[in-house]
Design a binder for this molecule. Structure first.
Ligand SMILES: [Zn+2]
Length: 708
């Protein structure tokens, strides 16, 4: 069985309904083209979203259009003969067939209405009969075919549910009260419901895995969203061989963020990308530069890429995948293969990191309002703002799980706590040790101000690190950064700067925090209150949406505090959300970005290991191995108003200063082997790069001795 990690993967996402009179599949054309791509792994449908199977199942429903063929089996045989790793795709909860035969297995909302995933009925993962049905079908596949593993898609609870009979019974048995919207009003009860769904998902997935492992030991396991912190499923995800997430244009930064989040699990990961314009089932090919850009984001972090394709089922083009899809795929995979030696098996150079805390993710989901709040909530959106800021400043952002802090955190130069509501005692202890020993910390807003049940504490539990004590919440939904320290002069305009969490409506509930400075802490700016709190109903507002600044307060808006050998910057305002929302046009505030830059680069003096001056569209990643460092420069420039990436040479010069704790022997461009000239720079080196096209990889090679 081949359960190794392969970097170049393909996925045939062939969701074919059961009403077509015939579905065609041209095996010779298909495998001839797969050979052309140089792919190493193929994922192919056993059971699809419509609910039918592409093999003659005895457990469920066979796709009638196959006309007696076993397409899954034929593809499996050919793939294995070609030496490909072959993975069975199994769509877990979606099925029109089961909705007809077992309507009681469906997920339902609080009113008992069935919950559709897009157009598809979805089954509930707490239902024991459904769990058994899936076990039987997956075991049938594992026993019947020479598969190397499973890819499980659609194994989620709908965010609007589930209130089915099975969930009602199991929830009451576990928590002692009924699962009803009337009971889900306290943070505590909402946390129970969040936990319940995590547990039901974990139990059913493990049951399927154990049954299949019994039938065929050593299977590879992938499931969509393994390693995605939104699911708070680290217990479950430990049983996945590969973490897996989706990458869709034009969300390039989101794809990069997903890759970084999956990397935090330390397991191998793959970014799955549609071959089509923006998403699955567009039936129109994307461009090679777009696929290369998404691929670069995966491989620079050591991840794999998986490119989608689909044959036309019937009609004039029946049985074949369009030729341009194979062309683009072959071009992309060949491009990836060239870069592989400098991408696989490397470790990130620790520069800046953000902790992932499942306690906080669940807390945000529970506090996020009425039941039915989507998973993608405040916390990840705030982390996404941080990622955007750092990415524009060319500071690579890594992630680590809170419980891994003792082994993972201490090598980083800077740790950022982006509105991390609850900080456990154990993690607080690690943070203090980190800063005492010279680490730099940046925290925003309500960090450490809540207990694990979502109740506000009298003071920040990290008040000693922040150098301030919590006083009160500002009564105003808008605040201004004012009386900024001279260190910001020249970088930002000399006037009050608006801070508002726009995404929360006209009068957002995320207000700035009034804090009192502790002795020794340095304020680098103060809060200004607006003239009034706007009331749009009673005409009491000034000049549209945001009230102008009125009075400057003595409450700090930016604080820098020395602690041991380290330093801490704290912003008691919803800074990251204010940056991301920026203005009515949803632009991002260039001045808040400058405030952040001055704070990080000049006040906290990071990054020391590597500094890059380059256009914002150039993303950087730094990894290491025994020979030294690898600097990846990835050009992510969207065509104007388009979802595609632009394929042009971005002219620099881009200036790099590197300061490793070993002497640098040379800097070379990896693919061409061309050396770059370098100069000395304060114990390290400096060099310039004239331009970047798509993905440039530079080797900063380690010499012997100590740095000069
Ligand atoms: Zn249910």
């Amino acid at each position: 069985m081949d359960n190794r990690f392969h970097m170049r993967q393909l996925f045939c996402d062939w969701h074919m309904p059961n009403f077509l009179p015939g579905i065609a599949f041209d095996l010779d054309d298909y495998f001839g083209n797969i050979a052309r791509t140089g792919a190493e792994c193929l994922i192919f449908h056993a059971k699809n979203a419509h609910g039918n199977c592409l093999y003659p199942t005895k457990v469920g429903v066979v796709n009638r259009g196959m006309g007696g063929r076993d397409i899954f089996g034929e593809v499996c045989d050919r793939a294995k003969r070609m030496g490909l790793q072959f993975i069975a795709y199994y769509n877990v909860i979606l099925s029109f067939e089961l909705a007809r035969t077992h309507p009681e297995w469906q997920q339902v909302d609080q009113h008992g209405n069935r919950l559709l995933f897009v157009h598809y009925p979805s089954m509930c993962m707490s239902n024991d009969e459904f769990i058994l049905h899936v076990s039987n079908q997956m075991e049938e596949i594992a026993r019947g075919y020479d598969i190397d593993g499973f890819f499980l898609d659609l194994q989620y609870f709908d965010h609007r549910g589930c209130y089915c009979g099975s969930c009602q019974r199991k929830f009451k048995a576990r928590y002692g009260y009924s699962l009803s919207p009337a009971n889900l009003v306290t943070p505590h009860a909402r946390l129970d419901f969040v936990d319940f769904k995590i547990l039901m998902r974990e139990q059913s997935m493990r049951a399927w895995q154990v049954r299949c492992e019994h039938a065929k030991p050593g299977l590879l396991w992938m499931w969509n969203h393994a390693g995605d912190p939104r699911f708070a499923a680290r217990n479950l995800d430990r049983h996945a061989t590969l973490m897996s997430g989706e990458a869709h244009p034009p969300e390039y930064l989101t794809a990069d963020l997903r890759a970084g989040l999956m990397q935090a699990t330390s397991a191998p990961f793959v970014l799955m990308m549609p071959e089509s314009q923006g998403s699955w089932g567009d039936w129109t090919v994307t461009t090679a530069p777009t696929l290369k850009g998404l691929s670069a984001l995966a491989i620079a972090r050591g991840g794999a890429l998986n490119v989608n394709h689909v044959p036309y089922p019937c009609g004039d083009y029946a049985g074949k995948v369009a030729r341009p899809v194979w062309d683009v795929t072959a071009e992309t995979l060949a491009w990836v293969k060239e870069r592989e030696p400098w991408c696989t098996g490397k470790q990130p150079v620790p520069i800046c990191a953000c902790p992932i805390s499942e306690t906080n993710i669940k807390l945000f989901q529970a506090l996020g309002g009425v039941p039915g709040t989507p998973y993608w909530d405040d916390h990840l959106a705030t982390i996404a703002s941080l990622h955007q800021l750092l990415s524009e400043l060319h500071i690579p952002l890594g992630f680590f799980y809170e419980e891994d802090a003792p082994s993972r955190m201490h090598d980083y130069e800077l740790v950022v706590l982006p509105n991390l509501l609850h900080v456990s005692d154990a993690f607080a202890h690690e943070l203090r040790t980190f800063v005492e020993q010279g680490g730099r910390l940046l925290a925003t807003y309500q960090t450490s101000l809540l207990d694990p049940a979502g109740n506000r504490l009298p003071n920040f539990s990290l008040a000693d690190l922040f150098g301030v004590d919590f006083h009160a919440e500002s009564p105003y939904s808008v605040s201004y950064l004012d009386r900024l320290d001279p260190c910001f002069r020249g970088a930002v305009p000399d006037m009050p700067l608006l801070i508002k969490d726009f995404d929360r409506g006209e009068n957002p509930s995320n207000h700035a925090l009034y804090c009192a400075l502790r002795p020794g802490a340095r304020p680098l700016g103060y809060l200004s209150d607006p003239v009034i709190e706007s009331d749009f109903e009673s005409e009491r507002f000034i000049y549209h949406d945001h009230c102008p600044p009125g009075r400057c307060t003595e409450y700090p808006a930016i604080v820098v505090n020395s602690y041991g050998r380290g330093r801490v910057a704290f912003l008691p305002v919803p800074f990251l959300r204010a940056f991301q929302s920026g203005s009515l046009s949803r632009g991002r505030s260039p001045f808040l970005k400058e405030v952040f830059r001055v704070l990080v680069e000049d006040q906290l003096e990071v990054p020391r290991r590597i500094r890059v001056r380059a256009p914002a569209s150039v993303k950087i990643m730094v990894t290491q191995d025994a020979e030294g460092w690898l600097l990846h420069l990835i050009h992510i420039q969207q065509e104007s108003d388009s979802m595609y990436l632009d394929d042009f040479e971005r002219i620099g010069p881009m200036e790099i200063r590197a300061n490793p704790d070993w002497p640098v022997r040379s800097v070379t461009e990896c693919l061409s082997g061309k050396p770059l000239s370098m100069g000395k720079d304060q114990g390290g080196i400096r060099f310039t790069i004239p331009s970047v096209r798509d993905h440039l990889i530079l080797r900063i090679e380690k010499g012997v001795g100590t740095p000069s």
